[in-house]
Design a protein around this ligand. Sequence first.
Ligand code: PMP
Length: 469
Amino acid sequence: MHTTRDDVGSPPGGGDPGETRRGFDRHARYINPKWTEALDLLGYGRLFVRAQGTRMWDAEGRVYVDFLAGCGAVPLGYNHAEIVRAAEASLRANLPSFVQLAPQREAGLLAEALAARLHPDLSRAQLVNSGSEAVEGALKLAYAATRRPGVLHCDRSYHGVTLGALSVMGSSRMREPFPSLPGTEAVPFGDLDAAERNLRTERFAAFIVEPIQFEGGVRLADPSYFVGLRALCTKHGTALVFDEAQTGLGRTGTLFAYEGMGVAPDVLCYAKALSGGLVPIGGYSTSPAWQRRAYGRMQDCELVANTYGGGALACSVARRTLELIDATLLAHVGEMAARLGQRLADLERRHATLGQARGKGLMWAVEFAPPTEGVATVLTLGIPNRIARELFAYWIAQRMLERGFLTQVPAHDPNVLRIEPPLVVSGEEIDAFSDALGASLEENEDFVRFVRGAGGRLIERRLSRDEGR
Ligand code: PMP
C-alpha cells in the first residue's frame, strides 16, 4: 500500500535517499555489520525515521503499515497521544526515578493495577526491564522455592536471550553457542504424556511454556493441554510458568491468554506491550505463597534487587497502557481477529503456495507451501530442500515490504510469515494487507529470479554457517 505522501500527511525530513545509506553505514560500522549485510541481501534496506499509529515512514518518504508492531512491543501504535502524555506528565512531575532504599510509589501503583486485573493468586509483581529478565526472575523464583535442579520447557520455545532464558530456548541454533543451565530438558509442545513422564520425576523446579508459541511459528495447543499441565504441576510440586511476553496485554483478545484457557499459572511473565511502545519494562507476577517459599526470609528479600526495575517513567507509562487496553480495545481485537482470520482463510483457499493460516486474536502465521518451480531451481543448485523452502517466506516478506507492509519471519520457523499488527489496526488496513499478501503470492516467477540472485547468496552463507557447526 505504497500510498502517496498526500494520503498520509507530511513526509519526514526532505526525503533524502543518502540518509538511508548513511544510516546503514553507521550501523554497520558501529553496531553490527553482518546484520546490515543480511538486511541488504533480503531487500530490507530501509531506514525508518518516523512513526505514528500503525504507520512508519522511511527516509525516502515512503509509508508502511506495520504488521510487526515491534515484535509485540507496540500495542497501541507508535507514539500514541495518551502514552506520550503519560510520559510527559511523569517527566514534568520531577519524580525520583531509581530509588533504591525506599518503596517506589509508581511501582506500587502499577503492581496494584496489575493485581486488580490478574487472577487473585497472582497478586505479587516483581518489575524488571525486559522479557528475558522476567523469565530469569520466574526461573529463579521457582529454583529458590523448590530447591530442585531442573527446568522443563518446550521444543521451539522462545523465552529470551540472556543465559538463563537461553537455557530454555527451544532451538539449538540459538542455544548451542552458549553454556546452558544444568538440568534443563525440552519436551514437545502439546504433548501431555511427555510432560507427565518428566514431571513425575519431581526433578523440575518449573515448567515454562508460552500459551501460544510465537517465535516457534504461532503454534497453538489444545486447551486441554494447559488444563492437564496445571494438574500435573500441582501434583508434582513444579511451578507452572506462563511466558506471556508475546501473548499478554490483549494480543489474543483477552488481557492475558491464560484467561481463555481456564487455568492460571503459578508465575506469569509479561513484557513488550506493557511498554506502551515507548519505555522498556517487564515483570512477573506470582502468589504470596510462592513468593514466601522463595524469598520469605529476611536475608533473602533482596535476592531480586535490580537498579532500574520499577522506575517511575516506565511504571507511569505502563499503568496508562494497562488502562488503555480496556474492554473496548479488547472487543476491537476480537472483531479485527475475525476479519483477519476470514481474509487469511480466503487466501489459503485461493493460493496453493499458502499452506496454512493459523492464529488467535491479532497473532497469526501463514505457513507456506513454496512453489515447486522455485524450489526446484534451488535444488538444481545443490541446495537442500529444507533451506530452499525457507527462502520463500523471506521472499514474501520482501514483497510485502515493497508493497508497504512490515512483516517478519519468526525466529524458529523460517517457513512462516508472522502477522502481528498493533491492536488498534483498522479493518481497512487488514483488508489492504490481505490484498497485498494475495498479490505477493502470485509472483512466483520473481521468486525464481530472487533465488538465482540474492537468495542464492544467502543460501551459501547459511550453508557455510551450518557446516561450520
Ligand atoms: N518471551 C517471549 C515469549 C518472547 O517472544 C520474547 C521476545 N521475542 C522474550 C521472552 C524476550 O523478551 P525481550 O526481548 O524483551 O528480552
